[in-house]
Design a protein around this ligand. Structure first.
Ligand SMILES: NC(=O)c1ccc[n+]([C@@H]2O[C@H](COP(=O)([O-])OP(=O)(O)OC[C@H]3O[C@@H](n4cnc5c(N)ncnc54)[C@H](O)[C@@H]3O)[C@@H](O)[C@H]2O)c1
Length: 372
């Protein structure tokens, strides 16, 4: 029996291409693992009405970790229109399977390292090494949404909130509500994860990203909780910034930042920004980490226009596999893999289209495998 059971979830579009490439390097590393395919994505929504079928949830309950490619998501109406005829009109609601995985398995840490590997022609600045800790299960992604708004809810909000009065007069179908829900527990554990990481890896500072001056209730709770956690880490500087200002300062003075700690939506936004600073989505890797399971993926989506062309950069996914190796306790293999990626980037002989080259997804993976 293999030492590890890994769920293998290619999903949609380029998710298939980049996972195939990543298998090449994991096999070259001779990781003692069994890779078990799991169905996920648009095809299963269309034909079964469920983008994360129950059999995949069962699989995830039985594995040590998972590698995930990408999925295609579409707004509610477009999603319903694509269901096979037999499933139309059955009140099925599409929800992103990656968001569901995060919530169902309580993968509360979204860890996104953004490192500028020397020699990458796409680096915004050489030497950047940012790490994003994004809360992964709450906030505006909690999934508590109303469109149309039920009359009982409108009535109740009308009695509880003065600010709601102007909305309550609108017809139910003319407005929508998405609830931003943040808890003390959720804020505390992601803050602790960020500070623990900073302590373990000798990072000097954690910046809390928020908009507590306007979004007082939820962002206020997130910020205050992070400040409480920070007291347990006197050697690490606590910094804070409004999300809007941070986007400007990050570009202007990126070396003023180190570890970034954010609620779900702001974390999602800044991790794309940080990924772009170290080469773009072809380099952005991500770990969705809980206490029992972790799912690793590239930050990017399914990029339908490149699907099946084996054109996109697999480095983001290969670096996600490196994160998986670290999480499994395979530090040696993780280091070898990261070194191999760094050497391929530095050599500059093999480059995918985003780096100005014409090598394919699989050629890039082979180049990394050769360095292992
Ligand atoms: N975690 C996920 O699975 C995830 C994340 C984001 C978006 N999505 C979904 O993906 C679909 C497409 O979304 P999108 O086009 O906005 O974002 P995307 O990340 O799929 O792609 C945007 C663009 O980034 C570039 N790009 C992405 N990955 C790359 C790679 N590995 N190498 C080189 N270039 C790369 C391409 O130019 C691409 O067109 C949508 O349905 C969206 O909902 C899924």
């Amino acid at each position: 029996m293999a030492k590890y059971k890994i769920a293998w979830l290619p999903g949609d579009g380029i998710g298939v291409d980049v996972l195939e490439a990543t298998k090449i390097v994991l096999q070259r590393l001779a990781l003692d693992a069994e890779y078990i395919h799991g169905d996920i994505g648009w095809e299963f929504w269309r034909t079964e009405g469920d983008a994360l079928p129950a059999r995949t949830v069962t699989l995830l309950k039985s594995v040590d970790a998972a590698m995930f490619g990408a999925i295609t998501s579409k707004p509610a109406k477009a999603a319903e229109a694509e269901l096979v005829r037999a499933l139309q009109g059955k009140n099925l609601a599409y929800r992103s399977p990656i968001v569901r995985m995060r919530q169902q398995f309580d993968l509360y840490i979204c860890l996104r390292p953004c490192k500028a590997y020397p020699g990458n022609p796409l680096n915004y600045k050489e030497g950047l090494d940012l790490v994003v800790f994004r809360e992964n299960t709450e906030d505006l992604y909690a999934g508590v949404e109303f469109a149309p708004v039920p009359p009982q809810l409108a009535e109740r909000l009308g009695t509880l909130s003065k600010a709601f009065a102007k909305f309550g007069e609108l017809p139910a179908g003319d407005y929508a509500i998405s609830c931003k829900i943040n808890t003390r527990k959720g804020s505390e554990r992601i803050a602790r994860a960020a500070f623990n990481f900073a302590k373990k890896f000798g990072r000097r500072q954690v910046t809390v990203v928020h908009k507590a001056n306007v979004v007082r209730a939820t962002d206020g709770l997130f910020l205050e909780t992070a400040k409480e956690v920070a007291r347990d880490y006197p050697d690490i500087t606590l910094d804070e910034a409004n999300i809007d200002a941070l986007c400007m300062w990050l570009l202007k003075n990126p070396f003023n930042y180190d570890v970034l700690l954010a609620p779900n939506l702001y974390g999602d936004i800044i991790s794309d920004l940080c990924a772009q600073m170290v080469g773009g989505l072809g380099f952005g890797c991500s770990g969705n980490i809980g206490d029992k399971l972790a799912v690793f993926e590239p930050t990017h989506g399914s990029a339908p226009k490149y699907a099946g062309q084996y054109k996109v950069n697999p480095i983001a996914t290969i670096l996600a596999a490196k994160m998986m190796l670290e999480w499994l306790g395979e530090a040696d293999k993780a280091k070898r893999l990261e070194d191999a990626v760094a050497r391929v980037i530095k050599d500059g002989r093999v480059r995918t289209y985003d780096m100005g080259g014409s090598h394919s997804t699989l050629e890039m993976a082979e180049a990394v495998a050769v360095k292992l």
